[in-house]
Write a protein that binds this ligand. Sequence first.
Ligand code: SF4
Length: 332
Amino acid sequence: MKYRVPDYYKDFSCIGSKCKNNCCIGWEIDIDDKTLKDYYQVEGEFGKRLCDNIIHEDSAYFKMDKKGRCAFLNKNNLCDIFTKLGENHLCQICTDHPRFYNEFADIKEIGIGLSCEVAADLILNQKEPVSFLETGNNLGNLEEMFIFYVRNKIFEILQNRKLDMSQRINLMLEFTQKMQNYVNQGKHSLDLIEINIQDNTQKHWKKASSAESWKQWKTILLNLEILDDTWKKLLMNTDSQKNIQINDIFYEQLLVYFIYRHFMHAINDKNMIDKVKFAVISCHIIARIIQENDLNNMGLIKEDIPRLYSKEVEYSDENQEIIFDEILFESF
Ligand code: SF4
């Protein structure tokens, strides 16, 4: 098995009770079967509390109070399961979060998700281009290697600081479309992976970030299941015709994150271009909301917007599926 992590991964550590956006508030926390069995073995008063605070529907999950707090999050914002039973009695989601794991071709890629405030701060405020650290060796079959090396070239394009961000986005879309055409034709020779494209325009980004595009995505986002009222307020407030500025390392890191997290799913569906479009659309939505709202007045900082977006879109399978279905009809 080969393992891959972004270079900032080692610097992540949860701040627990000091966290302003604790992940035990506002989420339905599912309990995996193994942990559920373990909870039903717990005796005494705490065992009874566990049984009383687990809801069984399609899956089992913890009850929440009226403010959306997990039933086991105490007034000091610490987890009672952790303090009473120990860390190894946490359910899988609580153990993992905000880490994510993508496995393909005997390769495991690990990262941290933007929905956590510490992770968002760490990811988006890296000043140097992110690199990825690997252990073990496994390259997969030719098709898997092709998709992997296409992604490496995409990172190269996104991290080319000689170009404006909008030019990098344009180039990334042109390059990925060309590579997608090869995959559609069943061609996977690594020699085909050459950037070799002269395109210094901003045409794709201009279309992707237009007022028209915003109107369309605003409607889609408002029709999703919304987890956080602040997100809804931000969406409602965002409506002007401004040209969005993305020449900031923050947006490079944001795009690299989305590509790292989602692109390799193309191994399963052979659809690389939609993963790239997802990254571009996400970048537009986040940039527009940041630039058209008085965040300070709302008690928010810039990093809160990708954090909220990730919570609403990346951490809801249903919402993410709707977004990817919509992207099938997106042309820019
Ligand atoms: S959101 Fe991140 S920092 Fe906050 S409690 Fe969860 S894992 Fe820890």
